[in-house]
Design a protein around this ligand. Sequence first.
Ligand code: 13P
Ligand code: SF4
Length: 366
Amino acid sequence: MSIDTIFSTNQQIPEQYLHLTDDEMIAHIRQIKQDMGDDLYIPGHHYQKDEVMQFADSNGDSLKLAQLSSNVNARNIVFCGVHFMAETADILSKPDQKVFLPDMRAGCSMADMADDKQVEEAWYALQTMFGDTILPLTYVNSTAAIKSFVGEHGGATVTSSNAKEMVQWAFKQKDRLLFLPDQHLGRNTAVKLGVRLDEMAVWDPINRRLETDQAPEKIRVILWKGHCSVHENFTISNIEEIRHSHPDMNIIVHPECKYEVVQQADYAGSTKYIIDSLQQAEPGSQWAIGTEMNLVNRLINQHHDKKIISLNPYMCPCLTMNRIDLPHLTWSLDEISKGKGSNQIIVEEKIAANARLALNRMLRIS
Ligand code: 13P
Ligand code: SF4
């Protein structure tokens, strides 16, 4: 969705909310939460700002938040995360529940790297090349339309917590898989399962071609040419710099980082894996973390007994995750408490039905 469409079709925050003090907003949110009680549920992703996370009823990685979406009873779910997460919550929630995203500009650049027309086109080309031998898998960081395509073709969603199990599952169904939209998570996961780099090819949706110099029969994994614009900023030079300046430091990264970075790191895993690893680490241990900065800063503040730094010293938070802030949360809750509600996320049932198939196939295995 373009910025112009977002501005023209969704409500923007009224000016007055931008002039409230933090104390006023905090008091207001507390009051609304108290008044609405069980009618309101606020899930928060680990990459959200602390000013928002303090109000989350539960926090989690993408897997936990997807699991929770099908299990809560509140009539209003105010999703503190990004658009694809709120869509997932809407798809998995009950018909009488409403899901809101406090700022519609909270998108995900990776999810935007695969649109349904591009995927239809790629699928046609790949079926022509490989026949009916491919199962599609999509990272949950994708639009509802992509999840729907995948569900319709017998595939499933994956998160960074369960990607390995889901790829194993996929290989039991078909000889090949198409992994959307994050080439890095796809490559890092397949390598862990013993797939060689020369058995993977990259589908370039812009130039509409498969990047490989191998014969088609050798290809087992087709990676969509998408990436996370936050995690691509961790580099081999960052790793070399840390190895040189802090030889005893552990390096832990998210699998959305490039293959070379994941290979040279000491550990790699989802946000939950990173949080758990730091929780279990010895006091005095040293850690360089390759993931989003709001989470890294939270870990630094929570673990004063460990030395923790970002793997990239010039790293910024995820700008779209950061769209959800105190003013937007205050405004969103205010509207809901007045019975209006702005920026409700509604996935059309004809898309939601197949997307639900893809999500439920994952949730049954996870
Ligand atoms: P996880 O929380 O599943 O590790 O996902 C990270 C992410 O990039 C969410 O946008
Ligand atoms: Fe998307 Fe990357 Fe931001 Fe996650 S961190 S929401 S994948 S851009």
